[in-house]
Design a protein around this ligand. Structure first.
Ligand code: ADP
Ligand code: MG
Length: 225
């Protein structure tokens, strides 16, 4: 399968101490990868390097990413002075952009909220708008940095179901940063563990495995954390 992300010997530092200390990582088309690791292990730094958002860091290495990539952060980062639909289609062109935006909002179960203002939505709804804004661009790579970290447990479960459905429908490669082992096991078909700026585990299960078996096959993770 086509490799959409290729990282070779990636090194990044802000001070003398390295934050990424030689990362090698390939992600193939349609693969759903969770990047798991303790706070401070370098997850966001890796994601920001992939998104070309790390200009304050110095370093070296090789990075290949697709042109069409979208990023979702922990906060939705909607423009408060634009209505929901206008947030989703911001920067898109083509005569069908409003239609595509409405379809994307329907996919995240927000039909009818097109003309709402961001402040009128709950945190979970705002995050769904952010997902719609990402997916309407048909990205080859979706980068998500703890996108559900600020949501309550029930909303998070609902978002898990939604994200799995969206990734099955659109097959972007996904790199989901999380420090939540259960979230990683629940969502990803491959879990990569980062510790002190190095990959210390890389386990593939595949979404075909049912719940219990997935958990067993990811059991090796416990030793890495
Ligand atoms: P994680 O996302 O895994 O919690 P980060 O990648 O955010 O970890 O951070 C890894 C390390 O890099 C931390 O020690 C953090 O303080 C440092 N760091 C991250 N961003 C910056 C920055 N812009 N300037 C200085 N240090 C940073
Ligand atoms: Mg982080």
């Amino acid at each position: 399968m086509t490799v959409v992300v290729r990282v070779r010997d990636l090194v990044r530092r802000f001070t003398q101490k390295g934050v990424l200390n030689g990362i090698d990582l390939d992600i193939r088309q349609g693969e759903f990868v969770a990047l798991l690791g303790r706070s401070g292990s370098g997850k966001s730094t890796l994601l920001r390097a992939l998104a070309d958002l790390d200009h304050e860091a110095v370093g070296s290495g090789e990075l290949l990413v697709p042109e069409r990539l979208s990023v979702v952060f922990q906060d939705a980062r909607l423009l408060p002075w634009k209505r929901v639909l206008d947030n989703v289609i911001l920067g898109l062109d083509g005569p069908d952009r409003r239609h595509r935006g409405r379809e994307a909002l329907a996919e995240v179960e927000l039909s009818g909220r097109e003309q709402s203002w961001p402040y009128e939505l709950s945190g979970g709804e705002q995050q769904r708008v952010a997902l719609a804004r990402s997916l309407v661009r048909r990205p080859a790579l979706l980068l998500a940095d703890e996108p559900f970290g600020a949501l309550d447990a029930l909303t998070r479960i609902r978002m898990h179901v939604l994200l799995r459905r969206l990734s099955a429908a659109h097959h972007p490669a996904v790199l989901l940063v999380t420090h939540d082992v259960d979230e990683a096991i629940e969502l990803a078909d491959r879990v990569v563990v980062l510790d002190d700026g190095r990959i210390v585990a890389d386990i593939t299960v595949g979404l075909a495995a049912p719940g219990v078996e997935r958990r067993e096959r990811f059991a090796a993770l416990q030793h890495e954390l």
